[in-house]
Design a protein around this ligand. Structure first.
Ligand code: IMP
Ligand code: MG
Length: 184
């Protein structure tokens, strides 16, 4: 349509069904840990859906974790990392002595996850484990190996299932690669 900004094509990578099945498996793996007092900490905003679905799946494993969120900023509105991580919204619940699992949507440079892990450790959590839905196959700026991984992801920009491109596409039920522009 005249005046429309060309919409990027989104190439499906992981379907809603694949994601749901994998989240169930992750919940089963987490439930096998010696956990005492589990807290899931989702990293806003991209991990809202993942963290909520994970908590729901954990309920199926007879676990009733507390859910809280942490918002960190390192990207701004573009697809390049600025290299600096800042706390936009801190965790609100006490973590001392508890078993924390960070639920993050995607591990890319490693800066966000390593910052989040150090932060939760500094708050006195008994254990801090990391669970990422997507592990992007790129060279990390900071070396960090996640404890749990949903899917290995090609080194492309992805959206959907909570993940955005400049605030859009979070609503997509599947995860897709932002491919070439569709039209002139
Ligand atoms: P890192 O600090 O470079 O590892 O970046 C991790 C964060 O950047 C993720 O939690 C996402 O919020 C965001 N991010 C990295 N790659 C993508 C992507 O392909 N799509 C959407 N968000 C991304
Ligand atoms: Mg994120």
């Amino acid at each position: 349509m005249a005046g429309d900004i060309a919409a990027p094509a989104i190439k499906p990578l992981f379907s809603a069904e694949q994601i749901a099945a994998r989240v169930d498996e992750l919940a089963r793996d987490l439930a096998a840990l010696p956990l005492d007092d589990l807290v899931i900490v989702g990293v806003l905003k991209g991990s809202v859906r993942f963290a909520e679905d994970l908590v729901r799946a954990l309920r199926g494993q007879e676990l009733r974790p507390e859910l809280d969120f942490l918002q960190l900023a390192s990207y701004g509105d573009d697809t390049r990392s600025s290299g600096k991580v800042e706390i936009v919204h801190d965790v609100e619940i006490p973590l001392a002595g508890r078993d924390a699992v960070i639920a993050d949507d995607i591990l890319d440079s490693g800066r966000t996850l390593s910052f989040a892990k150090a932060l939760l450790e500094s708050r006195g959590a008994r254990t801090v484990r990391t669970c990422v839905l997507l592990d992007k196959q790129v060279k990390r700026a900071i070396e960090i190996t996640p404890d749990f991984v949903g899917f290995l992801c090609p080194p492309v920009y992805v959206v959907g299932y909570g993940m955005d491109l400049a605030g859009r596409y979070r609503d997509l039920p599947f995860i897709g690669e932002v491919a070439t522009q569709l039209s002139e």
